[in-house]
Design a protein around this ligand. Structure first.
Ligand SMILES: Cc1cc2nc3c(=O)[nH]c(=O)nc-3n(C[C@H](O)[C@H](O)[C@H](O)COP(=O)(O)O)c2cc1C
Length: 206
């Protein structure tokens, strides 16, 4: 059964590739809130997109703690890159990703992006997205925020990133944690211009 599912995913991803659909790079760093990552990847699985991934060492640790999985077992990602490999495709603008989403984004990774320092493939890929004027979404997660965090968010915003902290839309009345996380995934989907069948929207109070 597991084999059949992986075969199905492989074939469907190849079809998406043939149809020349959007290429999205998802990066995972060592912040809490991996529930949102899971929800986002599940949503992407039903969209006409190609998803590649990178996970930091701290990301693997927090993922194991919160979800008892490693990144390679997450849904919907057709290719994972080693975070230490600066020669991997996302290190170059010619790799041509349409968008990159760092989910969750630690304050450490935010700081390196804000300052332009690149010490791993996630930082480098984010730097590439900014220089190529491509969409970079940072799902920043920390609370409370100190002055440095706030300044770094503003610097990253001014450089072209979208700062998108993981806040669910409770006005859509989600009935579980997973449903609440999905209301946030829909927000990310809006940012990426995805269709999202079943996406609930506020339609006014009349
Ligand atoms: C269980 C756990 C939860 C953490 N949560 C956060 C968090 O929510 N936000 C954050 O900025 N750092 C958090 N950290 C600290 C980061 O993992 C740490 O700063 C790390 O160096 C980030 O590296 P990275 O950005 O390369 O993944 C957490 C660490 C652990 C072990």
């Amino acid at each position: 059964m597991k084999l059949l599912r992986s075969q199905y995913l492989y074939v469907s991803l190849e079809i998406k590739r043939l149809l020349n659909n959007k290429k999205i790079l998802v990066a995972v760093t060592g912040a809490s809130a991996m529930l949102y990552l899971h929800s986002f990847l599940e949503m992407l699985e039903n969209e006409a997109v190609i998803v590649h991934g990178i996970c930091s060492d701290a990301g693997e640790k927090v993922l194991a703690l919160e979800h008892t999985v490693d990144s390679r077992n997450l849904p919907g990602v057709s290719k994972w890159f080693d975070c230490k490999n600066f020669a991997a495709a996302p290190a170059s603008g010619s790799a041509d990703y349409d968008a990159m989403v760092i989910i969750p984004c630690s304050m450490g990774t935010l700081a390196t992006i804000a300052s332009g320092i690149t010490t791993n493939l996630i930082h480098r890929a984010a730097d590439v997205m900014l220089k190529e004027r491509k969409k970079l979404i940072l799902v920043t997660r920390e609370t409370p925020l100190n002055r440095t965090h706030l300044q770094n968010m503003l610097s990253a915003h001014d450089a072209g990133a979208v700062i998108c902290p993981p806040h669910p839309g409770f006005y859509l009345q989600p009935e579980s944690l997973e449903a609440a996380a999905m209301t946030f995934s829909w927000r990310l989907g809006d940012q990426l211009g995805l269709e999202m069948k079943g996406r609930k929207r506020w339609s006014g109070d009349e």
